[in-house]
Design a protein around this ligand. Structure first.
Ligand code: IVH
Length: 705
């Protein structure tokens, strides 16, 4: 662990102190600015490397904005190594070619235990050593990178390139928050150091990111590796920063002192110790993920245990790497032209399976996007049977030249959605048919259009039945209005029976109770459950409602941004596109779509009717005007996924009632308000003994008491 417990406490105190300081005063500002930067670096480390954040996004934002403001107000205090410079505006320069200090070789591959035993035998023969220690660690599946520090400062980041020459991607590397910009290598007598690693993206982040792209009509990425390696070559630094790329560093390829003496093999003699050093300097390294062992039996045990849990691991990995620990021995063993003799990769069998593409159907999404879906001969891959798989859009099909009847390779990694990785073209016999993209909507037959800057064809008919079903399913789903009892099948049936056409019809269903009672297989209990679920959905937070409406380009994140900016949904009827663009995180495309929605009589009628049926279109905060002082002097902490209000609303509610919101759990917290899937905070609060654990409803009851 990089920071000791005392450091953590002192940093938490510092956090409070810098937040309270008067940033408008030059003397104070110049006094605290370095302090403030240190605090932010500390919280970056906690969040991005230790995965143990101690403050919430809101507090982090305050720190960040405070620093940004000081730097703007007093340019003489600015510093190119300030954490605010991570997300530079503008474009990266053309990526210049630069030579690596030491060439980046690739690794020899092995696929079974015999290969590993052979590797071990060769090393023992060449070295004549008795005892050999090996480090075993995951082989991360991302993009190879190399970074150089000089005089404790991050100077350069380079892609792997051809191994000898790569591209200078320093600006983009600097957006990776798990890489510190400053690290005390001088403490170890190191002046210049070259470190190797991998750019990565979490599987969960990758999935969210792709969903967002699909929503925006952009082609999704095929797999995490492509995003992790491709993103660092994107010119728009803001875009790179938005992708949440991370880095895992696993190898020191070069290290010299101030006199140019090589430290590898002299002062730095063990790979395990090197990892420890990088770890203690605040880098993300495979520390928990690696093991130093002395026998091949132990090596294989560790490889197999990772093989079993690799699907649950946050990053994709395609194998394990086995490396000699002793750097002197490493130098003795040397390398061939392609790979070192002191390391070998053990590749897990790829999570791929071959099958036949039997048919293609075209699905209509809730905003009219047409998605080609491949119907496959069912095949078992990485734990599930796959028979239907999205091909995203026309470009994907063309690029891979996928044809009906083709033998295709399906790939699936962890929770990542399966996709067609490639076509086995040598299996073709000429009977395969090209996939013809429809010109008309498969549901309503209106002519499809493809906007110039988008990858997807769309049906623009606002009353297209297929879109309508998808819109209703989305409205009722868990991420939006969470209407229990109103799943996909029920929505479809209600539509077929003519009881549902538009969103507001949901709230009229209670008028059709008798009709529902006549239905086969729909008992009294299910009907009750459905009607209660519908009633309960009327008070969902504004964020959820905005997302639920299915406004084009408005996903969960955008909905939150909009909800936070308004008190009442009706305000949006008066907002201009310019006003919308001023919101951070909203671009012209999204703004135009929101504007259109709130100026279209048809969609406004939907909102009017929802309101008339009692659906809440204002923040709950507005109806809590009598809560003054109810929480005076109390300190509350919120945890888990809040379902009745957003975090921001919770904060506003709490503060309006005289309470304060804590950033982390401590003895000062009076109440821990618990949402869904709360995690470890609840147990910790119980251990403290002084914190009352309450539900969201308890919290609202306190306000209204
Ligand atoms: S060691 C000379 N360790 O795999 C060997 N490489 O196929 C230095 N990789 O270019 C690299 N995880 O991009 C090493 N734990 C790990 C790795 C790893 C992924 C990549 C790396 C390398 C490629 C070789």
């Amino acid at each position: 662990m990089f920071y000791a417990t005392e450091d953590i406490n002192s940093f938490l105190q510092r956090t409070k102190k810098v937040l309270a300081a008067d940033a408008n005063d030059f003397a104070v500002a110049s006094n605290i600015i370095e302090y403030l930067r240190e605090v932010i670096r500390f919280h970056d480390y906690q969040y991005y490397v230790a995965s143990a954040p101690l403050i919430d996004d809101y507090e982090y934002d305050l720190l960040y904005k405070k620093l940004k403001k000081i730097e703007e107000d007093f340019p003489q205090l600015d510093d190119e190594f300030s954490p605010t410079k991570r997300v530079g505006k503008g474009l990266a320069k053309d990526f210049e070619q630069v030579a690596h200090i030491v060439p980046m070789l690739s690794l020899d591959n092995s696929y079974n235990e015999e290969d590993v035993v052979d590797f071990d035998r060769r090393i023992r023969e060449l070295s004549e050593a008795e005892n050999i220690l090996y480090n075993v660690e995951p082989k991360f599946d991302g993009g190879g990178i190399s970074i150089v520090f000089e005089d404790d400062k991050l100077m350069r980041g380079v892609t792997r390139g051809d191994g000898v020459v790569g591209e200078d991607i320093t600006t983009n590397i600097k957006t990776i928050r798990s890489i510190p910009w400053q690290a005390a290598f001088s403490k170890y007598g190191i002046k210049t150091i070259e470190i190797r690693g991998e750019s990565l993206i979490k599987k969960s982040v990758f999935n969210d990111y792709n969903l967002k792209r699909i929503e925006q009509g952009l082609a999704p990425f095929a797999n995490p590796r492509n995003v992790a390696s491709g993103s660092l070559r994107v010119k728009d630094t803001m875009e790179v920063a938005a992708r949440n790329i991370e880095a895992m560093l696993y190898h020191i390829s070069y290290a010299v002192d101030a006199d140019g003496n090589d430290l590898l093999g002299t002062k730095l003699t063990s790979r395990h110790e090197n990892l420890k050093m990088l770890h203690s300097l605040g880098f993300q390294v495979p520390w928990e993920e690696h093991k130093r062992v002395g026998t091949i039996a132990e090596v294989m045990d560790f490889i197999h245990s990772w093989g079993e849990r690799r699907d649950d691991y946050k990053y994709e990995l395609d194998g394990m790497v086995l490396k000699v620990d002793d750097i002197k021995l490493e130098e003795k063993l040397g390398a061939t032209n392609h790979h070192p003799r002191w390391a070998i990769a053990y590749k897990y069998s790829p999570k791929q399976a071959k099958t036949i593409l039997e048919e293609v159907i075209f699905q209509v999404g809730r905003v009219g996007t047409i998605t080609p879906v491949a119907k496959l001969k069912p095949v078992f891959v990485a734990g599930v049977t796959v028979s239907s798989i999205s091909m995203f859009n026309e470009d994907f099909i063309k690029e891979k030249d996928i044809r009906i009847g083709d033998e295709v390779m399906i790939e699936r990694a962890g929770e990542v959605i399966p996709y067609i990785a490639s076509v086995v073209t040598i299996s073709r016999d000429g009977s395969e048919k090209e996939i013809e993209f429809p010109t008309h909507c498969p549901s309503c037959n209106s002519t499809l259009v493809k906007p110039e800057d988008e990858a997807a064809w769309r049906c623009l008919n606002p009353v297209c039945p297929a879109q309508q079903i998808e819109k209703l399913i989305h409205f009722a789903s868990r991420d939006t209005m969470e209407i229990t009892g109103l799943g996909d099948a029920i929505v479809t049936r209600l539509m077929q029976e003519g009881l549902l056409k538009t969103i507001p019809d949901i709230y009229h269903l209670k008028e059709h109770k008798e009709t529902l009672e006549q239905w086969d297989g729909f008992g009294q209990k299910s009907i009750e459950k459905l009607l209660i679920g519908i009633e309960e959905s009327k008070t969902r937070p504004l964020t959820k409602l905005i997302f639920a409406l299915g406004i084009r380009h408005v996903g969960e994140g955008t909905a939150r941004i909009i909800a936070d900016a308004i008190h009442n949904l009706d305000e949006l009827r008066d907002w201009t596109i310019e006003q919308l663009i001023l919101l951070e995180g909203i671009g012209p495309k999204v703004a135009a779509s929101v504007f259109e929605y709130f100026h279209n009589p048809a969609t406004l009628a939907i909102i009017d009717e929802l309101k008339a049926m009692g659906v809440l279109t204002v923040h709950p905060i507005k109806i809590q005007t009598n809560a003054d002082g109810k929480l005076a002097g109390l300190n509350l902490l919120f945890t888990g996924t809040l379902t009745k209000f957003t975090r921001n609303e919770a904060k506003k509610l709490c503060e309006a009632a005289g309470g304060t919101v804590a950033g982390s759990l401590s003895g000062k917290v009076n109440y821990l308000v618990v949402g869904d899937n709360p995690g470890s905070k609840v147990d910790n609060a119980k251990k403290l003994g002084t914190v009352q654990v309450i539900s969201e409803d308890d919290f609202l009851a306190m306000l209204n008491s």
